[in-house]
Unconditional design. Structure first.
Lengths: 164, 417
Protein backbone atom coordinates (compact mmCIF):
# COMPACT_ATOMS: atom_id res chain seq x y z
CA UNK A 1 0.00 0.00 0.00
CA UNK A 2 1.27 3.43 -0.89
CA UNK A 3 1.59 5.17 2.42
CA UNK A 4 0.79 8.64 1.10
CA UNK A 5 -1.22 9.67 -1.92
CA UNK A 6 -3.24 12.59 -3.27
CA UNK A 7 -6.50 12.62 -5.10
CA UNK A 8 -9.34 14.71 -6.49
CA UNK A 9 -12.59 14.59 -4.51
CA UNK A 10 -15.98 13.44 -5.79
CA UNK A 11 -18.58 14.23 -3.16
CA UNK A 12 -21.63 12.04 -2.56
CA UNK A 13 -24.25 12.21 0.20
CA UNK A 14 -25.60 10.00 3.00
CA UNK A 15 -26.95 6.45 2.51
CA UNK A 16 -25.40 5.90 -0.94
CA UNK A 17 -26.85 2.41 -1.42
CA UNK A 18 -25.55 -0.43 -3.54
CA UNK A 19 -28.46 -0.07 -5.98
CA UNK A 20 -27.13 3.41 -6.70
CA UNK A 21 -23.53 2.21 -6.95
CA UNK A 22 -24.57 -0.47 -9.46
CA UNK A 23 -28.27 -1.11 -10.26
CA UNK A 24 -29.52 -4.72 -10.47
CA UNK A 25 -30.22 -4.43 -14.19
CA UNK A 26 -26.48 -4.26 -14.89
CA UNK A 27 -25.44 -7.12 -12.59
CA UNK A 28 -25.73 -9.81 -15.24
CA UNK A 29 -23.23 -8.05 -17.52
CA UNK A 30 -20.34 -10.45 -17.96
CA UNK A 31 -17.49 -8.50 -16.51
CA UNK A 32 -16.81 -5.82 -13.98
CA UNK A 33 -15.25 -3.79 -16.82
CA UNK A 34 -18.64 -3.82 -18.59
CA UNK A 35 -20.41 -2.81 -15.38
CA UNK A 36 -18.15 0.01 -14.26
CA UNK A 37 -19.57 2.43 -16.86
CA UNK A 38 -22.83 2.34 -14.89
CA UNK A 39 -21.42 3.26 -11.49
CA UNK A 40 -23.77 5.65 -9.68
CA UNK A 41 -26.08 5.58 -12.72
CA UNK A 42 -29.42 6.33 -10.96
CA UNK A 43 -27.94 9.29 -9.10
CA UNK A 44 -25.32 10.75 -11.43
CA UNK A 45 -25.21 8.90 -14.76
CA UNK A 46 -22.37 11.09 -16.05
CA UNK A 47 -20.08 10.41 -13.09
CA UNK A 48 -18.50 7.08 -14.07
CA UNK A 49 -17.04 8.59 -17.25
CA UNK A 50 -15.56 11.50 -15.29
CA UNK A 51 -13.86 9.48 -12.57
CA UNK A 52 -10.12 9.13 -13.16
CA UNK A 53 -7.66 6.71 -11.57
CA UNK A 54 -6.55 7.98 -8.18
CA UNK A 55 -9.70 9.99 -7.50
CA UNK A 56 -11.20 9.86 -4.02
CA UNK A 57 -14.87 9.57 -3.07
CA UNK A 58 -15.91 11.52 -0.01
CA UNK A 59 -19.35 10.62 1.33
CA UNK A 60 -21.67 10.96 4.29
CA UNK A 61 -22.94 8.23 6.60
CA UNK A 62 -23.86 4.62 5.82
CA UNK A 63 -22.06 4.38 2.46
CA UNK A 64 -22.78 1.08 0.69
CA UNK A 65 -25.98 0.24 2.52
CA UNK A 66 -28.39 -2.23 0.97
CA UNK A 67 -27.66 -5.38 -0.93
CA UNK A 68 -24.66 -7.70 -0.62
CA UNK A 69 -23.68 -7.22 -4.27
CA UNK A 70 -19.92 -7.31 -4.35
CA UNK A 71 -19.87 -5.69 -7.76
CA UNK A 72 -20.34 -2.42 -5.85
CA UNK A 73 -16.81 -2.31 -4.37
CA UNK A 74 -15.44 -4.22 -7.37
CA UNK A 75 -16.47 -1.57 -9.89
CA UNK A 76 -15.11 1.20 -7.67
CA UNK A 77 -11.84 -0.70 -7.46
CA UNK A 78 -12.01 -1.17 -11.27
CA UNK A 79 -12.48 2.60 -11.70
CA UNK A 80 -9.24 2.83 -9.71
CA UNK A 81 -10.68 4.99 -6.97
CA UNK A 82 -7.76 5.25 -4.55
CA UNK A 83 -9.97 5.23 -1.48
CA UNK A 84 -13.33 6.24 -0.07
CA UNK A 85 -13.54 8.53 2.94
CA UNK A 86 -17.03 8.40 4.46
CA UNK A 87 -18.59 9.17 7.80
CA UNK A 88 -19.54 5.50 8.12
CA UNK A 89 -20.11 2.34 6.05
CA UNK A 90 -22.65 -0.45 5.91
CA UNK A 91 -21.19 -3.74 7.17
CA UNK A 92 -21.47 -6.00 4.12
CA UNK A 93 -19.98 -3.33 1.87
CA UNK A 94 -17.17 -2.80 4.37
CA UNK A 95 -16.12 -6.46 4.29
CA UNK A 96 -16.58 -6.69 0.52
CA UNK A 97 -14.42 -3.61 -0.08
CA UNK A 98 -11.41 -4.92 1.83
CA UNK A 99 -11.87 -8.37 0.29
CA UNK A 100 -11.56 -6.68 -3.13
CA UNK A 101 -8.60 -4.51 -2.32
CA UNK A 102 -10.56 -1.26 -1.98
CA UNK A 103 -9.40 0.97 0.86
CA UNK A 104 -12.08 2.56 3.09
CA UNK A 105 -11.34 5.30 5.61
CA UNK A 106 -13.67 6.80 8.16
CA UNK A 107 -13.88 10.43 9.20
CA UNK A 108 -16.81 12.48 10.44
CA UNK A 109 -15.68 16.04 9.68
CA UNK A 110 -14.00 16.02 6.26
CA UNK A 111 -17.32 15.68 4.43
CA UNK A 112 -18.65 18.97 5.74
CA UNK A 113 -15.39 20.82 5.07
CA UNK A 114 -14.53 19.76 1.52
CA UNK A 115 -16.02 20.53 -1.89
CA UNK A 116 -16.14 18.49 -5.04
CA UNK A 117 -12.94 18.96 -7.03
CA UNK A 118 -10.76 19.63 -3.96
CA UNK A 119 -7.43 17.87 -3.68
CA UNK A 120 -6.91 15.88 -0.49
CA UNK A 121 -3.82 14.01 0.67
CA UNK A 122 -4.02 10.75 2.56
CA UNK A 123 -1.18 9.77 4.89
CA UNK A 124 -1.77 6.23 6.08
CA UNK A 125 1.36 6.16 8.21
CA UNK A 126 -0.01 8.68 10.69
CA UNK A 127 -3.72 8.17 9.87
CA UNK A 128 -4.25 11.72 8.60
CA UNK A 129 -6.13 13.24 5.70
CA UNK A 130 -5.04 16.74 4.67
CA UNK A 131 -7.25 19.33 2.98
CA UNK A 132 -5.30 22.55 2.44
CA UNK A 133 -4.09 23.60 5.86
CA UNK A 134 -6.57 21.41 7.73
CA UNK A 135 -5.92 17.87 8.85
CA UNK A 136 -8.42 15.18 9.74
CA UNK A 137 -7.76 12.00 11.65
CA UNK A 138 -8.97 8.66 10.29
CA UNK A 139 -9.19 5.47 12.33
CA UNK A 140 -6.08 3.40 11.71
CA UNK A 141 -6.47 0.18 9.72
CA UNK A 142 -4.89 -3.00 11.15
CA UNK A 143 -1.70 -3.90 9.28
CA UNK A 144 -2.95 -7.30 8.13
CA UNK A 145 -6.05 -5.74 6.55
CA UNK A 146 -3.85 -3.17 4.80
CA UNK A 147 -1.68 -6.03 3.56
CA UNK A 148 -4.74 -7.80 2.18
CA UNK A 149 -5.77 -4.59 0.37
CA UNK A 150 -2.24 -4.26 -0.98
CA UNK A 151 -2.22 -7.87 -2.15
CA UNK A 152 -5.46 -7.20 -4.02
CA UNK A 153 -7.91 -8.79 -1.58
CA UNK A 154 -9.05 -12.15 -0.24
CA UNK A 155 -8.46 -14.14 -3.45
CA UNK A 156 -4.67 -13.75 -3.45
CA UNK A 157 -4.70 -14.36 0.30
CA UNK A 158 -6.47 -17.70 -0.18
CA UNK A 159 -4.25 -18.63 -3.15
CA UNK A 160 -1.27 -18.27 -0.88
CA UNK A 161 -2.99 -20.43 1.75
CA UNK A 162 -3.55 -23.08 -0.92
CA UNK A 163 0.08 -22.89 -2.09
CA UNK A 164 -0.84 -21.54 -5.52
CA UNK B 1 -23.08 -12.04 33.50
CA UNK B 2 -25.70 -13.19 30.99
CA UNK B 3 -25.70 -13.39 27.21
CA UNK B 4 -27.90 -12.14 24.39
CA UNK B 5 -29.56 -14.53 21.94
CA UNK B 6 -27.00 -13.72 19.21
CA UNK B 7 -24.18 -14.49 21.66
CA UNK B 8 -25.88 -17.76 22.71
CA UNK B 9 -26.03 -18.94 19.11
CA UNK B 10 -22.36 -18.09 18.57
CA UNK B 11 -21.44 -19.90 21.82
CA UNK B 12 -23.37 -22.96 20.68
CA UNK B 13 -21.57 -22.89 17.32
CA UNK B 14 -18.08 -22.39 18.69
CA UNK B 15 -18.62 -24.57 21.80
CA UNK B 16 -17.40 -21.74 23.97
CA UNK B 17 -18.64 -20.94 27.44
CA UNK B 18 -18.35 -17.20 26.95
CA UNK B 19 -18.07 -14.58 24.21
CA UNK B 20 -17.81 -10.80 24.34
CA UNK B 21 -19.31 -8.22 22.00
CA UNK B 22 -16.60 -6.87 19.73
CA UNK B 23 -14.53 -10.06 19.87
CA UNK B 24 -13.36 -11.52 16.54
CA UNK B 25 -13.72 -15.26 16.14
CA UNK B 26 -14.07 -18.01 13.56
CA UNK B 27 -17.44 -19.72 13.23
CA UNK B 28 -18.12 -23.14 11.73
CA UNK B 29 -20.61 -22.55 8.98
CA UNK B 30 -23.71 -24.77 9.25
CA UNK B 31 -25.28 -23.89 5.90
CA UNK B 32 -24.78 -21.52 3.00
CA UNK B 33 -27.09 -20.23 0.30
CA UNK B 34 -26.01 -18.87 -3.08
CA UNK B 35 -28.53 -17.48 -5.54
CA UNK B 36 -28.31 -17.47 -9.30
CA UNK B 37 -27.26 -13.90 -9.89
CA UNK B 38 -24.01 -14.33 -7.92
CA UNK B 39 -23.36 -18.04 -8.52
CA UNK B 40 -20.93 -17.53 -11.46
CA UNK B 41 -18.86 -15.11 -9.36
CA UNK B 42 -18.64 -17.53 -6.42
CA UNK B 43 -17.51 -20.31 -8.76
CA UNK B 44 -14.94 -18.06 -10.44
CA UNK B 45 -13.48 -16.85 -7.13
CA UNK B 46 -13.45 -20.41 -5.73
CA UNK B 47 -11.29 -21.51 -8.66
CA UNK B 48 -9.11 -18.40 -8.57
CA UNK B 49 -8.40 -19.11 -4.90
CA UNK B 50 -6.99 -22.48 -5.90
CA UNK B 51 -9.63 -24.69 -4.28
CA UNK B 52 -10.70 -27.91 -5.94
CA UNK B 53 -13.33 -29.43 -3.66
CA UNK B 54 -15.98 -27.77 -1.54
CA UNK B 55 -15.72 -28.41 2.18
CA UNK B 56 -19.11 -30.11 2.41
CA UNK B 57 -21.55 -30.40 -0.52
CA UNK B 58 -24.46 -31.16 1.82
CA UNK B 59 -24.17 -27.75 3.45
CA UNK B 60 -24.52 -25.78 0.21
CA UNK B 61 -27.86 -24.71 -1.27
CA UNK B 62 -28.27 -23.09 -4.68
CA UNK B 63 -31.49 -21.19 -5.36
CA UNK B 64 -32.33 -19.71 -8.74
CA UNK B 65 -34.70 -16.82 -8.08
CA UNK B 66 -33.35 -13.49 -9.35
CA UNK B 67 -33.25 -14.66 -12.97
CA UNK B 68 -36.37 -16.89 -12.96
CA UNK B 69 -37.88 -16.99 -15.47
CA UNK B 70 -35.02 -15.58 -17.52
CA UNK B 71 -35.57 -12.10 -18.96
CA UNK B 72 -32.51 -11.72 -21.16
CA UNK B 73 -30.66 -14.09 -23.44
CA UNK B 74 -27.56 -14.06 -21.23
CA UNK B 75 -29.42 -14.88 -17.99
CA UNK B 76 -29.32 -18.63 -18.54
CA UNK B 77 -25.53 -18.53 -18.38
CA UNK B 78 -25.87 -18.15 -14.59
CA UNK B 79 -27.97 -21.29 -14.30
CA UNK B 80 -25.68 -23.29 -16.59
CA UNK B 81 -22.59 -22.37 -14.57
CA UNK B 82 -24.30 -23.19 -11.26
CA UNK B 83 -25.71 -26.47 -12.61
CA UNK B 84 -22.29 -27.56 -13.85
CA UNK B 85 -20.61 -26.65 -10.57
CA UNK B 86 -23.29 -28.43 -8.52
CA UNK B 87 -22.87 -31.59 -10.62
CA UNK B 88 -19.08 -31.48 -10.35
CA UNK B 89 -19.12 -30.92 -6.57
CA UNK B 90 -22.04 -33.28 -5.78
CA UNK B 91 -24.24 -30.48 -4.44
CA UNK B 92 -27.75 -31.89 -4.40
CA UNK B 93 -29.77 -28.94 -3.12
CA UNK B 94 -30.45 -26.92 -6.28
CA UNK B 95 -33.82 -25.16 -6.61
CA UNK B 96 -34.45 -24.04 -10.14
CA UNK B 97 -37.92 -22.48 -9.92
CA UNK B 98 -39.30 -23.11 -6.44
CA UNK B 99 -39.36 -19.62 -5.00
CA UNK B 100 -37.35 -16.88 -3.33
CA UNK B 101 -34.23 -18.12 -1.50
CA UNK B 102 -35.14 -16.60 1.87
CA UNK B 103 -38.53 -18.27 1.86
CA UNK B 104 -37.15 -21.64 0.79
CA UNK B 105 -34.28 -21.86 3.27
CA UNK B 106 -36.50 -21.97 6.39
CA UNK B 107 -39.58 -23.46 4.65
CA UNK B 108 -37.64 -26.48 3.36
CA UNK B 109 -35.78 -26.72 6.69
CA UNK B 110 -32.32 -26.15 5.25
CA UNK B 111 -31.98 -23.76 8.20
CA UNK B 112 -33.12 -24.71 11.68
CA UNK B 113 -32.78 -22.92 15.03
CA UNK B 114 -29.32 -22.40 16.47
CA UNK B 115 -27.41 -22.54 13.20
CA UNK B 116 -24.86 -20.12 11.76
CA UNK B 117 -25.77 -19.46 8.15
CA UNK B 118 -24.44 -17.18 5.41
CA UNK B 119 -25.92 -16.26 2.06
CA UNK B 120 -24.85 -14.14 -0.89
CA UNK B 121 -27.79 -11.85 -0.31
CA UNK B 122 -28.32 -9.16 2.28
CA UNK B 123 -31.76 -10.44 3.31
CA UNK B 124 -30.21 -13.64 4.64
CA UNK B 125 -31.05 -12.01 8.00
CA UNK B 126 -34.57 -13.46 7.48
CA UNK B 127 -33.68 -16.76 9.19
CA UNK B 128 -33.07 -14.96 12.46
CA UNK B 129 -36.84 -15.30 12.81
CA UNK B 130 -36.35 -18.99 13.61
CA UNK B 131 -33.43 -18.40 15.97
CA UNK B 132 -30.47 -18.76 13.65
CA UNK B 133 -27.51 -16.41 13.28
CA UNK B 134 -27.71 -15.66 9.58
CA UNK B 135 -26.40 -12.83 7.48
CA UNK B 136 -25.39 -11.75 3.99
CA UNK B 137 -21.84 -11.73 2.67
CA UNK B 138 -20.17 -11.10 -0.68
CA UNK B 139 -19.26 -13.75 -3.21
CA UNK B 140 -15.54 -13.66 -2.47
CA UNK B 141 -16.11 -14.56 1.19
CA UNK B 142 -18.62 -17.20 0.06
CA UNK B 143 -15.94 -18.74 -2.15
CA UNK B 144 -13.62 -18.84 0.87
CA UNK B 145 -16.37 -20.60 2.90
CA UNK B 146 -16.90 -23.09 0.04
CA UNK B 147 -13.22 -23.95 0.43
CA UNK B 148 -12.82 -23.85 4.20
CA UNK B 149 -16.23 -24.08 5.94
CA UNK B 150 -15.25 -21.17 8.15
CA UNK B 151 -15.65 -17.41 8.37
CA UNK B 152 -14.43 -14.80 10.83
CA UNK B 153 -17.06 -12.63 12.45
CA UNK B 154 -17.11 -9.89 15.01
CA UNK B 155 -19.50 -10.69 17.88
CA UNK B 156 -22.12 -7.95 17.48
CA UNK B 157 -23.49 -5.86 20.32
CA UNK B 158 -27.29 -6.23 20.59
CA UNK B 159 -30.14 -3.74 20.46
CA UNK B 160 -33.15 -5.27 22.23
CA UNK B 161 -36.70 -4.46 21.14
CA UNK B 162 -39.36 -5.41 23.70
CA UNK B 163 -42.79 -5.22 22.13
CA UNK B 164 -45.73 -6.02 24.35
CA UNK B 165 -49.49 -5.93 24.03
CA UNK B 166 -51.98 -6.50 21.27
CA UNK B 167 -51.59 -5.07 17.76
CA UNK B 168 -54.62 -3.05 16.63
CA UNK B 169 -56.64 -4.32 13.67
CA UNK B 170 -55.05 -3.48 10.31
CA UNK B 171 -51.56 -3.30 11.80
CA UNK B 172 -49.01 -5.99 10.97
CA UNK B 173 -45.40 -6.93 11.60
CA UNK B 174 -44.48 -4.83 8.53
CA UNK B 175 -45.81 -1.77 10.33
CA UNK B 176 -43.76 -2.71 13.42
CA UNK B 177 -40.48 -3.02 11.54
CA UNK B 178 -41.07 0.13 9.47
CA UNK B 179 -41.74 2.08 12.67
CA UNK B 180 -38.56 0.70 14.25
CA UNK B 181 -36.57 1.63 11.13
CA UNK B 182 -37.99 5.13 11.30
CA UNK B 183 -36.98 5.36 14.95
CA UNK B 184 -33.41 4.04 14.72
CA UNK B 185 -32.62 5.03 11.11
CA UNK B 186 -31.13 3.18 8.14
CA UNK B 187 -27.77 2.97 9.92
CA UNK B 188 -29.14 2.58 13.45
CA UNK B 189 -28.20 -1.09 13.63
CA UNK B 190 -24.93 -1.09 11.70
CA UNK B 191 -22.71 -4.03 12.79
CA UNK B 192 -25.25 -4.84 15.52
CA UNK B 193 -27.69 -7.65 16.30
CA UNK B 194 -31.34 -6.69 16.66
CA UNK B 195 -33.25 -8.94 19.07
CA UNK B 196 -37.05 -8.82 18.97
CA UNK B 197 -39.02 -10.08 21.98
CA UNK B 198 -42.09 -9.56 24.13
CA UNK B 199 -45.66 -10.81 24.11
CA UNK B 200 -46.49 -9.24 20.73
CA UNK B 201 -43.64 -11.11 19.05
CA UNK B 202 -44.64 -14.35 20.79
CA UNK B 203 -48.11 -13.88 19.34
CA UNK B 204 -46.86 -13.43 15.76
CA UNK B 205 -46.81 -16.29 13.26
CA UNK B 206 -43.44 -17.46 11.94
CA UNK B 207 -44.30 -15.74 8.64
CA UNK B 208 -44.85 -12.40 10.39
CA UNK B 209 -41.64 -12.83 12.39
CA UNK B 210 -39.74 -13.40 9.14
CA UNK B 211 -40.84 -9.93 7.98
CA UNK B 212 -39.13 -8.39 11.02
CA UNK B 213 -35.86 -10.31 10.66
CA UNK B 214 -35.86 -9.77 6.89
CA UNK B 215 -35.79 -6.01 7.30
CA UNK B 216 -33.24 -5.96 10.14
CA UNK B 217 -30.62 -5.40 7.44
CA UNK B 218 -32.41 -2.19 6.41
CA UNK B 219 -31.09 -0.73 9.68
CA UNK B 220 -27.65 -2.04 8.71
CA UNK B 221 -27.89 -4.89 11.23
CA UNK B 222 -25.81 -8.04 10.96
CA UNK B 223 -28.65 -10.23 12.25
CA UNK B 224 -32.25 -9.84 13.45
CA UNK B 225 -32.94 -12.63 15.91
CA UNK B 226 -36.05 -13.94 17.66
CA UNK B 227 -36.00 -16.55 20.41
CA UNK B 228 -37.32 -19.86 19.07
CA UNK B 229 -40.45 -21.20 20.79
CA UNK B 230 -42.98 -23.99 20.28
CA UNK B 231 -44.19 -22.36 17.02
CA UNK B 232 -40.62 -22.31 15.74
CA UNK B 233 -39.91 -25.91 16.71
CA UNK B 234 -43.11 -27.08 14.98
CA UNK B 235 -42.26 -25.01 11.86
CA UNK B 236 -38.72 -26.37 11.71
CA UNK B 237 -39.68 -29.93 12.65
CA UNK B 238 -37.22 -30.11 15.53
CA UNK B 239 -37.42 -31.22 19.15
CA UNK B 240 -37.59 -28.13 21.38
CA UNK B 241 -35.70 -29.79 24.22
CA UNK B 242 -32.52 -29.69 22.10
CA UNK B 243 -32.62 -25.89 21.88
CA UNK B 244 -33.18 -24.74 25.44
CA UNK B 245 -29.93 -22.76 25.38
CA UNK B 246 -31.33 -20.44 22.70
CA UNK B 247 -32.75 -17.86 25.09
CA UNK B 248 -31.30 -14.52 26.02
CA UNK B 249 -30.47 -14.28 29.73
CA UNK B 250 -32.41 -11.82 31.92
CA UNK B 251 -29.10 -10.15 32.81
CA UNK B 252 -27.78 -10.10 29.23
CA UNK B 253 -25.84 -7.01 28.33
CA UNK B 254 -27.59 -4.93 25.66
CA UNK B 255 -26.23 -1.83 24.02
CA UNK B 256 -29.68 -0.31 24.20
CA UNK B 257 -33.21 -1.49 25.04
CA UNK B 258 -36.29 -0.12 23.29
CA UNK B 259 -39.76 -0.71 24.73
CA UNK B 260 -42.88 -0.49 22.59
CA UNK B 261 -46.55 -0.80 23.48
CA UNK B 262 -48.11 -2.63 20.52
CA UNK B 263 -51.43 -0.84 20.93
CA UNK B 264 -49.71 2.38 19.80
CA UNK B 265 -48.67 1.00 16.40
CA UNK B 266 -50.47 2.27 13.28
CA UNK B 267 -50.37 1.44 9.58
CA UNK B 268 -47.29 3.22 8.24
CA UNK B 269 -45.53 3.76 4.92
CA UNK B 270 -41.83 4.24 4.05
CA UNK B 271 -41.72 7.17 1.64
CA UNK B 272 -39.28 7.61 -1.28
CA UNK B 273 -36.40 6.89 -1.32
CA UNK B 274 -35.19 5.70 2.07
CA UNK B 275 -36.53 2.87 4.20
CA UNK B 276 -36.38 5.05 7.31
CA UNK B 277 -38.48 7.87 5.82
CA UNK B 278 -41.60 6.74 7.71
CA UNK B 279 -45.01 8.39 7.69
CA UNK B 280 -48.39 7.35 9.11
CA UNK B 281 -50.74 6.21 6.36
CA UNK B 282 -53.13 8.88 7.62
CA UNK B 283 -50.71 11.62 6.56
CA UNK B 284 -50.54 10.35 2.98
CA UNK B 285 -54.21 9.74 2.22
CA UNK B 286 -55.01 10.51 -1.41
CA UNK B 287 -51.45 10.12 -2.74
CA UNK B 288 -51.97 8.79 -6.28
CA UNK B 289 -50.32 5.48 -7.13
CA UNK B 290 -49.83 3.73 -10.48
CA UNK B 291 -48.80 0.28 -9.35
CA UNK B 292 -49.10 -1.96 -6.31
CA UNK B 293 -46.78 -4.88 -5.60
CA UNK B 294 -47.42 -7.63 -3.08
CA UNK B 295 -44.63 -10.18 -2.79
CA UNK B 296 -40.93 -10.73 -2.02
CA UNK B 297 -39.09 -12.40 0.85
CA UNK B 298 -40.52 -9.67 3.08
CA UNK B 299 -44.24 -10.14 2.46
CA UNK B 300 -45.09 -12.79 -0.11
CA UNK B 301 -46.32 -15.49 2.25
CA UNK B 302 -49.71 -17.18 2.59
CA UNK B 303 -51.01 -14.81 5.26
CA UNK B 304 -49.99 -11.84 3.08
CA UNK B 305 -51.93 -13.15 0.08
CA UNK B 306 -54.80 -14.03 2.41
CA UNK B 307 -55.17 -10.49 3.78
CA UNK B 308 -54.94 -9.07 0.25
CA UNK B 309 -57.72 -11.43 -0.84
CA UNK B 310 -59.83 -10.40 2.14
CA UNK B 311 -59.63 -6.78 0.99
CA UNK B 312 -59.97 -7.46 -2.75
CA UNK B 313 -62.73 -10.08 -2.59
CA UNK B 314 -65.65 -9.11 -4.83
CA UNK B 315 -64.01 -5.78 -5.72
CA UNK B 316 -62.00 -4.50 -8.69
CA UNK B 317 -58.73 -2.61 -8.57
CA UNK B 318 -58.87 0.97 -9.86
CA UNK B 319 -58.72 1.60 -13.63
CA UNK B 320 -55.18 2.45 -14.84
CA UNK B 321 -53.74 0.89 -11.68
CA UNK B 322 -51.66 -2.28 -11.88
CA UNK B 323 -51.43 -4.75 -9.02
CA UNK B 324 -48.64 -7.28 -9.27
CA UNK B 325 -48.63 -10.24 -6.90
CA UNK B 326 -45.72 -12.63 -6.45
CA UNK B 327 -46.05 -15.53 -4.00
CA UNK B 328 -42.73 -16.12 -2.22
CA UNK B 329 -42.61 -19.83 -3.04
CA UNK B 330 -44.18 -22.52 -5.16
CA UNK B 331 -45.75 -24.17 -2.12
CA UNK B 332 -47.31 -20.89 -0.98
CA UNK B 333 -48.66 -20.37 -4.50
CA UNK B 334 -50.13 -23.88 -4.55
CA UNK B 335 -51.63 -23.52 -1.08
CA UNK B 336 -53.19 -20.15 -1.96
CA UNK B 337 -54.60 -21.62 -5.16
CA UNK B 338 -56.13 -24.50 -3.20
CA UNK B 339 -57.67 -22.06 -0.71
CA UNK B 340 -59.30 -20.04 -3.51
CA UNK B 341 -57.15 -16.99 -2.80
CA UNK B 342 -55.50 -16.81 -6.21
CA UNK B 343 -58.92 -16.81 -7.90
CA UNK B 344 -60.05 -13.85 -5.81
CA UNK B 345 -56.86 -11.90 -6.56
CA UNK B 346 -57.05 -12.56 -10.30
CA UNK B 347 -60.74 -11.67 -10.50
CA UNK B 348 -60.00 -8.38 -8.74
CA UNK B 349 -57.58 -7.57 -11.58
CA UNK B 350 -54.23 -8.60 -10.13
CA UNK B 351 -51.38 -9.78 -12.35
CA UNK B 352 -49.85 -12.97 -10.88
CA UNK B 353 -46.08 -13.31 -11.28
CA UNK B 354 -44.18 -16.56 -10.73
CA UNK B 355 -42.59 -17.10 -7.29
CA UNK B 356 -39.20 -15.39 -7.69
CA UNK B 357 -37.43 -12.10 -7.00
CA UNK B 358 -38.48 -10.33 -10.23
CA UNK B 359 -39.87 -6.90 -9.55
CA UNK B 360 -38.48 -6.51 -6.03
CA UNK B 361 -34.92 -6.34 -7.37
CA UNK B 362 -35.96 -4.37 -10.44
CA UNK B 363 -35.09 -7.09 -12.92
CA UNK B 364 -38.42 -8.18 -14.42
CA UNK B 365 -42.18 -8.39 -14.07
CA UNK B 366 -43.48 -4.85 -13.73
CA UNK B 367 -40.51 -2.50 -14.23
CA UNK B 368 -41.65 1.10 -13.79
CA UNK B 369 -41.12 4.15 -15.98
CA UNK B 370 -40.40 7.82 -15.38
CA UNK B 371 -42.99 9.46 -13.17
CA UNK B 372 -44.67 6.25 -12.01
CA UNK B 373 -45.40 5.75 -8.35
CA UNK B 374 -45.41 2.32 -6.71
CA UNK B 375 -46.65 1.11 -3.34
CA UNK B 376 -45.02 -2.19 -2.49
CA UNK B 377 -44.60 -4.77 0.26
CA UNK B 378 -40.93 -5.49 -0.32
CA UNK B 379 -38.00 -4.19 1.66
CA UNK B 380 -36.30 -1.44 -0.36
CA UNK B 381 -37.51 1.78 -1.90
CA UNK B 382 -34.10 2.93 -3.11
CA UNK B 383 -33.80 5.24 -6.08
CA UNK B 384 -34.39 3.23 -9.25
CA UNK B 385 -34.87 -0.06 -7.39
CA UNK B 386 -37.82 -1.12 -9.58
CA UNK B 387 -36.81 0.57 -12.82
CA UNK B 388 -36.53 4.26 -13.61
CA UNK B 389 -34.69 6.46 -11.10
CA UNK B 390 -37.45 8.95 -11.86
CA UNK B 391 -40.08 6.68 -10.31
CA UNK B 392 -41.07 6.65 -6.64
CA UNK B 393 -41.52 3.69 -4.30
CA UNK B 394 -43.51 3.59 -1.07
CA UNK B 395 -43.25 0.54 1.22
CA UNK B 396 -46.16 -0.77 3.29
CA UNK B 397 -47.98 -3.86 4.54
CA UNK B 398 -49.92 -6.13 2.15
CA UNK B 399 -53.21 -4.74 3.51
CA UNK B 400 -52.17 -1.15 2.83
CA UNK B 401 -50.99 -2.05 -0.68
CA UNK B 402 -54.18 -3.98 -1.53
CA UNK B 403 -56.36 -1.12 -0.32
CA UNK B 404 -54.31 1.40 -2.31
CA UNK B 405 -54.69 -0.69 -5.47
CA UNK B 406 -58.47 -0.62 -5.06
CA UNK B 407 -58.60 3.15 -5.09
CA UNK B 408 -55.50 4.06 -7.11
CA UNK B 409 -54.31 6.13 -4.18
CA UNK B 410 -53.05 5.64 -0.64
CA UNK B 411 -55.96 4.94 1.71
CA UNK B 412 -56.35 3.66 5.24
CA UNK B 413 -56.55 -0.15 4.91
CA UNK B 414 -58.67 -0.39 8.05
CA UNK B 415 -61.75 0.77 6.15
CA UNK B 416 -61.70 -2.50 4.18
CA UNK B 417 -61.16 -4.85 7.12
Amino acid sequence: MKEAFKGRVWKLGDDIDTDIIIPTQFLALKTVEDMKKYAFNPLRPELAAQIEPGDIIVAGKNFGCGSSREQAPEILAALKISCIIAKSYARIFYRNAFNNGLLLLENNELYDCCSEGDQVSVQLENSQVLLGEKSFEVASIPTDLLQMVEAGGLVPFMRKRNGK
Amino acid sequence: MGYTLAEKIIMRNTKRSSVTAGELLNVNVDKVMVHDIFAPFVVEKFREMGFEKVWNPDKIVFVYDHLVPTSFIEDFRHHKIADAFAAEQHIKAVHRADGVCHQLMPELRYVVPGQVVFGTDSHTTTYGAIGSFSTGIGYTEMAAIFGTGQLWIKVPPTLKFNINGELPEGVYSKDIILRILGDIGADGGTYKALEFGGSTIKGLSISSRMTLSNMAVEAGAKVGVIEPDEKTFAFSGVEGSQFQDLKSDPDASYEKVFNYDASNFKPVVACPSNVDNISDVEALLGTKIDQGFIGSCTNGRFEDLEVAAKILKGRKIAPFTKLIITPASRSIYAEAAKAGIIGILVEAGAIMNPPACGLCCGRSGGIVSDGERVIATNNRNFLGRMGSPKSEIFLASPATVAAAALEGKIVDPRKYL
